[in-house]
Write a protein that binds this ligand. Sequence first.
Ligand code: TXA
Ligand code: MG
Length: 313
Amino acid sequence: MKTFYTNNPKEAAEFIKKGGITAFPTETVYGLGANVFDETAIAEIFVAKQRPSDNPLIAHIANVNQINLLASEINETAQRFIDAFFPSPLTLVLPKRPEVPLIATANLYTIGVRMPKNELARKFIECCGTPIVAPSANLSGKPSPTTWQAVSEDLDGKIDCILQGEATEIGLESTVVDCTSDIPYILRTGSVTLEQLREVVADTQLYTLQKDEIAKSPGLKHRHYSPKAKVVLLTENGEWKPENNCAYIGLHLPRSKSEALKICRNIDEYAHEVFAFFRECDHRNITTIYCETVAEQGLGLALMDRLKRAAED
Ligand code: TXA
Ligand code: MG
């Protein structure tokens, strides 16, 4: 298949209307989209990404009215989050309408719904005329793509179209909150922080996977965000044994020497750069990437979540 490249959202949407799959930018990471009601196109997403079929997709909307096409009920908690945050890098898990096919939700009776803040993303979805389901536009297990070039590296020739936008603003995937029970649970941390969510619904909790428990969010159990290189977490001023082909990313200068080095001004920049840095290290055949740990609060909680997952064997 030849992949078509364009920066015109209308042109990119034509592929969706014809039953194809199109990658598009959002403020978090690039997504790989299909019409939420088109089972054949959704099946193609799973094939192109080599995504396990038990991992549900997030539906993206252009305006709040479209929630009603997807969710059968919006409880008070969900409504408060919608009013406070949409459009934003926040995904709400809601009971799904029967029209939403089970292939989109990996057989769950709930659907993740998100209205992206990125204007090109919303313009694209609007041109499609339907909500768009989209996982991150990377091969399964690889770091999420923060540029259209990263999407191209993983998926060129496997998808119909790439909508070329800017590099994504945030660089980490959206916060996912389960709103189907009385207490909202954060299934995946992101740039909408626990602290911000608690300002709107005070009893919001962080969901932590218990051993032997079936994951509430199947995506949580899959290996994620991994470069080819081994990822090792370091505390501030940590050192490592001299070795060739190692890299470092963090907020402070390390004491040891490295082949590739990225010093970030703050946690926002660290989050913004980390996946692109992982990909760059793979191009340079780096064998070990040392990542400085950060305080687990605010965006730091989401950044540490991704770093820890990348460091898992
Ligand atoms: O920022 C993002 O969320 C990006 C952009 C493209 O919007 N998308 C993204 O999608 O990261 P993906 O598929 O890579 O991650 C979706 C996460 C997975 O952990 C999945 O398990 C969870 O959301 N999820 C989706 N639907 C769910 C549902 N109905 N119940 C529980 N978890 C759900
Ligand atoms: Mg992903």
